[in-house]
Design a protein around this ligand. Sequence first.
Ligand code: HEC
Length: 194
Amino acid sequence: MKMITVLSISFFLAACTQNPPTSSQPVDEKTLAETRNVATQLVSTLGAALKKEIATNGAASAIGVCNVAAPEIAASLSQQTNWQVGRVGTRARNPNNQPNDWQQAALNTFAQRAAQGEKFEQMETYSVSQVDNKPTLLYAKAIGLQPMCVQCHGQSAQISADVKARLLALYPADKAIDYNVGELRGAVVIVRPL
Ligand code: HEC
């Protein structure tokens, strides 16, 4: 009997965290546009730095861009805005980039929306929650896998021995491989007190 109760509670909890996040409270267009803009900035700054480093010094060297510059760019945007800005993965390379429950639910919705044909470029979701008793915007913007990304996130055959060795040294618990182009890779996530 106890077992059944425990089971049903955990099913109930699982069902809760699986629920797609909804915009419980309306968020004005200006707030949303500012938030979206910061998310886009993270993706484009990082993408540009990555592209440049791969072109000049190759993928193995560009691991430094992701390893050092990605958290730095996110930290600098967080500092400028006073929000929390970061990235999460559907399968994380860096354990710090593991999604929390809300973010996991957001990723689940993104995967469903992509399966229905929606493009990643415009894909976002958000909701307003009480965090430390303050209304807070939780925001996520989808990140899809592009051809450039397979050098470090693709199938084994697409990743050079050099890159593999560096990834293994830096991320012994790396889960962020075996992705295909067009697959959901993760999201930019923002926590913004309103
Ligand atoms: C040169 C290798 C390299 C390339 C190319 C690369 N990444 Fe990464 N990626 C990494 C590394 C290293 C990390 C871990 C960063 C960290 O420690 O925060 C990472 C982490 C991430 C994360 C955060 C979640 C996680 O798994 O930790 C996302 C999202 C991501 N990459 C998306 C992409 C996308 C999209 C592209 C293509 C536009 C791309 N990456 C190209 C090496 C790369």
